[in-house]
Design a protein around this ligand. Structure first.
Ligand SMILES: [Zn+2]
Length: 91
């Protein structure tokens, strides 16, 4: 993915899910860059991820699962709709 932060030009992002939204937050300046529907994009994410509940400073609270996102769509959606912030960390 060729993507840069529109504020600071960083190429480093946290991939987060909160409620029904999937978004990329710049890991340098915390600007939210791209948002879309998690249900739409979740099944298209390939590779293995650590699925981690974090706070709004992206501090790790609890690791929920490891594996393909497609296997955890329902679980991630359920957690995110409770207001939790879920970090998808590519392994
Ligand atoms: Zn930035």
């Amino acid at each position: 993915m060729d993507l840069r932060c529109h504020i600071c030009d960083s190429e480093s992002f946290h991939t987060l899910v909160n409620y029904g939204s999937y978004y990329l937050q710049c890991s340098n300046c915390d600007t939210q860059n791209v948002a879309t529907s998690f249900i739409a994009i979740g099944p298209q994410l390939t590779g293995k991820y650590d699925i981690i509940e974090v706070d709004d400073q992206i501090n790790e609270i609890k690791k929920l699962a490891t594996g393909k996102i497609a296997n955890f769509i329902t679980m991630i959606s359920k957690e995110a709709y409770q207001g939790k912030i879920i970090l998808l960390k590519r392994k």
